[in-house]
Design a protein around this ligand. Sequence first.
Ligand SMILES: [Zn+2]
Length: 127
Amino acid sequence: MYNKPLILTNDDMAEGVYAASGCFTVTWNIHQRPEVGRGDYRIQVNAQHSASHTCTEQYLTITFNQTVTFKECGAASIDGSASGTVIRLTRRNFANGNDNIGFGDVVVESDAGLSVISMVVTDNGMN
Ligand SMILES: [Zn+2]
C-alpha cells in the first residue's frame, strides 16, 4: 500500500495525507480550483481503514484555511452547518476493517486561496 507523503508547501496544500486519532488515513487532492475569484473547488477524498472492527457510517471532518460553502458530495451528505471553516460529512455505507473507501468529489465554494488544514475520518466502529 503506497501512501503519498505529507506535503506541506508555502503557497498552499492542494494534496496531502493526514492520519489523526481516527482509524482512517485520509488522502485528498484539490483537483479543480477556480482561476480567479470566487468559485467551485472540487476535492477528491479517499480513506484507508486500518482497524479490527467494521462500521456502517463514516464521518469526515474537513478544516479549511478560510470559509467555504458546501455544495455537493458524491458519496456523503452534509451534517450540521454547510458554511464555515469546518464542515462535517457522513457516508452511510458498510466498511470492512481494511477497506479503502471513497467520498467522491467534495465540492465547495470559496474565495481564491483555499487550502486544506486537515481531514479526519472517524466511524461508528462495531466489533
Ligand atoms: Zn474504524
